[in-house]
Design a protein around this ligand. Structure first.
Ligand code: S3P
Length: 444
């Protein structure tokens, strides 16, 4: 499928964004491993999270869905059944990396596969620490999926310094350490999203977090059991980001986004946008389980910034949207220390370079980032144009491009957008609700 994008009016009204993807994955994993009946509200029915759910169904977990509620009949840590076939995790990096931690400790072997994009993503980052814990895990494709995971008796605990800022690696180790003997310590220099830690506490797993001189230590005493509970998932900040972007850059916008996840490890984009001059009010904050709030966003005249590199891990998924905002700002914006973007669903630096080039934006590419030269103070972005834009099958590139193209008189085509369904299946419905003009076109 492709997106056909016509010029949009200012985005206005009140919207609610579907559930957080990272939290949805973890809610299925933890409630499947818990003892007894857990309830999940606000689960994201996107393809990635459904792949996680199906994987647990294939391992004998029973889910009952009633409207917005999923009842999960957990099997306890040792109750999963051997899957009858390979587990297909589609496009989902979070599924394969976190599940590898769980499957490394099972009394059965398993094989994890994915689509073309997932099959080209690096897995040594989890194979290394899991092997140190005693896992028997092999890539059939030089460090990339398929992964073959052998059966195991008991894993060892480890002390592990995360070599890259990655919540998926941290979480893979924490899931494996549910089954290990003793104390596992994961040290992170840069804070990454902490949804696993928050959810483990919610399921009664003893876990402590210490601030150190150069980061954080996450410590867990194992083996640990999970007690069933209820999980209420807030809206996904990373999906909200596309509508925050739309409201900021499309004149005459004034949008309220309700019940957005406000976990502090996820919302660095708000700091960056505010430094650029964005008018965003945060209201109705609540702190229970995962914090959440409503956001009121208005059209704003943005100016370029040097993005603080410390913010990068906490807005890594929002950088495609941020690059579009930088292009629509006066002055230039510099982003560095973002090489991890090259290892996402696509090489997001190359992909966004391609998008910006199609729009006529001036930029310089680096191995770990970009300088984007917005327009100078007297000009608007009138020299930019829409056109035909390749999204490389990457959901976040597709949605960022569709919002950018909503500014132009010329009709645009964003190609290869099927994977928007992995994270935001209702993107087009919500886009229509706020007054954007984005529709589906079958690709030839
Ligand atoms: C995620 C962690 C991040 C993020 C991804 C989801 C998670 O990946 O980009 O979309 O749910 O833990 P890394 O851990 O590779 O940084």
């Amino acid at each position: 499928m492709n997106f056909k994008v016509k010029k949009g009016k200012g985005v206005r009204g009140e919207i609610t964004i579907p559930g957080d993807k990272s939290i949805s994955h973890r809610s299925i994993m933890c409630s499947s491993l818990a003892e007894g009946k857990s309830k999940i509200y606000g689960f994201l029915e996107g393809e990635d999270c459904l792949a996680t759910k199906l994987a647990f169904q294939d391992m004998g977990i029973n889910f009952e869905t009633n409207n917005d509620e999923i009842v999960v009949h957990g099997s306890g840590l040792y109750g999963l059944k051997e899957p009858k076939k390979e587990i297909n995790l589609g496009n989902s990096g979070t599924s394969i990396r976190l599940l590898s931690g769980i499957l490394s400790a099972q009394k059965f072997s398993s094989t994890l596969i994915g689509d073309e994009s997932l099959s080209s993503r690096p897995m040594n980052r989890i194979i290394e620490p899991l092997s140190l814990m005693g896992a028997n895990i092999k890539s059939q494709n030089s460090g990339r999926p398929p992964l073959e995971i052998g059966k195991s008796d008991m894993l060892n605990s480890i002390n592990y310094d995360l070599p890259i800022a990655s919540a998926q690696v941290k979480s893979s180790i924490l899931f494996a350490s549910l089954y290990s003997e003793g104390k596992t310590i994961v040290r992170e220099k840069q804070t990454t999203r902490n949804h696993t830690e928050i959810m483990f506490k919610q399921f009664g797993v003893p876990l402590s977090i210490q601030d150190t001189d150069d980061g954080k230590n996450i410590e867990m005493l194992s083996p640990s059991r999970l007690k069933s509970t209820e999980i209420d998932i807030p809206g996904d900040f990373s999906s909200a980001a596309f509508f925050i972007l739309a409201a900021l850059i499309i004149p005459n916008s004034n949008l309220t986004i309700k019940n957005v996840g406000m976990n502090e490890t996820r919302i660095a984009l708000l700091n960056a946008f505010q430094e650029m001059g964005a008018e965003i009010d945060i209201i109705n904050k609540t702190r229970e389980f995962e914090p959440r709030a409503d956001l009121k966003v208005k059209f704003s005249k943005l100016k370029g910034i040097n993005l603080d590199t410390k913010l990068v891990p906490n807005l890594i998924d929002e950088l495609p949207a941020f690059f579009v905002a930088a292009a629509m700002s006066s002055g230039s914006t510099a982003v560095r220390d973002a090489e991890e973007l090259r290892h996402k669903e696509s090489d997001r630096l190359e992909a966004m370079g391609d998008v910006l080039k199609s729009l006529g934006v001036d930029f310089n590419m680096y191995q770990d980032g970009m300088d984007i030269n917005g327009f100078d103070n007297n000009n608007t972005f009138s020299s930019y144009t829409g056109g035909k834009i390749e999204s490389f099958g990457d959901h976040r590139i597709a949605m960022s491009s569709a919002i950018a193209c909503s500014l132009f008189d010329q009709e645009s085509l964003v190609l290869n957008t099927d994977n928007v369904n992995t994270s935001f299946p209702t993107f087009l419905t919500i886009a229509d609700q706020v007054g954007l003009n984005i529709s589906l076109e079958e690709s030839s």
